[in-house]
Write a new protein. Structure first.
Length: 126
């Protein structure tokens, strides 16, 4: 029988186990590895910040979507209401697992990302 001790119980120095199942029964805290300390980051107790995207990338933003070995280039346009947000129409004709590849330059720095979103399910397959 294994008896678990809560970490808040400081009087308990041992974990009792069936000696026939484990020869390491009754180890003291000093013999065990110390528990990892968890540090709170400054953002845990602060209000979430409003994020903003990078505006003006429409001309050099390259986005391709690959679905079932068919590659489609998406013409991204910046949302006029939300600067830094880019949109492109895409209507899948088959279901499958897409791969989205994004490439652009921001402040002379190459930015390249490949994403693997969840499976696309078409209205016809429902």
């Amino acid at each position: 029988t294994i008896t678990k001790v809560a970490t808040s119980d400081k009087k308990s120095d041992t974990i009792k186990q069936d000696p026939q199942k484990n020869s390491n029964a009754d180890k003291t805290k000093a013999e065990k590895k110390p528990a990892a300390k968890v540090k709170k980051t400054p953002t845990e107790n602060t209000k979430p910040q409003k994020l903003s995207g990078v505006s003006g990338l429409s001309k050099n933003l390259e986005v391709t979507l690959k679905l079932n070995d068919k590659k489609t280039s998406l013409k991204m346009t910046e949302d006029p209401k939300i600067k830094g947000r880019y949109l492109a129409p895409f209507t899948p004709d088959k279901e499958g697992y897409p791969t989205v590849h994004i490439y652009t330059k921001i402040s002379k720095q190459d930015i390249e990302v490949t994403l693997h979103p969840e499976k696309i399910i078409t209205a016809k397959s429902k």
